[in-house]
Ligand binder design. Structure first.
Ligand code: GLU
Length: 305
């Protein structure tokens, strides 16, 4: 397996030159697009890694499945579903008017920003500081990595420039979909996106989702199996932004990407995979990362289809 990963990684390395690091968060523009790493954790505890697997990067949108899990653990499925929908478009099959002056909870999706910002308000805690500590604790548990911490520079960079997210949050507020102070909610969201992780961390998280909510090699259940099912289903349909359909065809497993270049992938019952390469495609997904996952999926017959 290790030599397979090395071989595939070398095949995909040239394509790191075609990706572009995210620049809308100025700190992310400093990323090195030539980096490419992978970590595979199997359900039997064996792990395999290659390339820049130990590099640390910010989790960005890969935190969205964790926000969703915490919101589910705090509120239960019915409550979360009433506040944040699960459909890819949130529009009926014959929708023509996409600017019809209505924003409803069923238009939201937990894997894209408006839904994720709303989920931040569902997380329990007397203050946003307490909510953040609970998110950090859960992330450290899912990754089994006590070193997960806030990347201050990326957090400050996004807080300074994140006006699109501000616009979205005010729109949510205007439509009665966001409780609390917009700036406080956003501060929490920006901090959540700025947790510093590695490929190994993403593989460990993916493994818990693959293992119905249990840590591998342990009977300890971190959350009910039905929540793993809920999260994996949404990852499959919406985890790779508006490239999710293409990803389902090419790779065929639940996954979540982030603009920091990370991808967490879940092979149900079998393995968790963490990938990092900061050069992105036009949709904001790691370009070499997807290519590497596609080749791995083809070689190991991982697609669930
Ligand atoms: N913090 C980023 C934002 O909200 C996350 C985006 C992403 O990774 O998709 O713009």
């Amino acid at each position: 397996m290790e030599s397979l990963l090395e071989e595939l990684l070398e095949e995909c390395r040239p394509c790191t030159r075609e990706g572009h690091v995210a620049t809308y968060i100025p700190e992310l523009a400093k990323g090195d697009p030539s980096q490419l790493g992978i970590y595979v954790l199997r359900s039997d505890g064996h792990h395999y890694q290659a390339g820049d697997w130990s590099a640390r990067f910010t989790i960005q949108s890969v935190v969205k499945p964790i926000l969703l899990l915490l919101a589910l653990m705090d509120n239960g499925e019915a409550c979360v579903r009433a506040r944040v929908g699960v459909e890819a478009t949130g529009k009926p099959f014959d929708a023509i008017n996409v600017t019809d002056q209505a924003l409803l909870s069923e238009h939201l999706n937990p894997m894209v920003n408006m839904g994720a910002i709303t989920m931040c308000t569902l997380i329990h805690g007397d203050s946003y500081e307490e909510k953040f500590q609970r998110l950090l604790e859960l992330t450290r548990t899912l990754t089994q990595d006590p070193e997960v911490c806030l990347d201050e520079a990326v957090y400050r960079s996004e807080k300074r420039t994140g006006n699109k997210n501000r616009a979205m949050a005010f729109l949510l507020k205007a439509y009665g979909l966001l409780d609390g102070e917009v700036e406080e909610v956003l501060d929490f969201y920006f901090r959540a996106c700025s947790l510093s992780v590695s490929c190994q961390d993403l593989a460990s998280m993916g493994m818990v989702l693959a293992n119905h909510g249990r840590l591998p090699h342990s009977e300890q259940s971190l959350f009910p199996a039905q929540y793993a099912n809920y999260v994996n289903a949404i990852l499959m349909t919406c985890g790779m932004y508006d490239g999710s359909g293409d990803f389902a065809i090419r790779v065929g497993i639940p996954a979540k990407s982030g603009v920091g270049g990370g991808i967490m992938a879940v092979v149900p019952t079998q393995m968790g995979i963490g990938i990092f390469s900061p050069g992105l495609d036009q949709k904001g997904n790691s370009l070499a990362g997807i290519q590497l996952l596609e080749r791995l999926s083809n070689r190991l017959y991982l697609s669930i289809f």
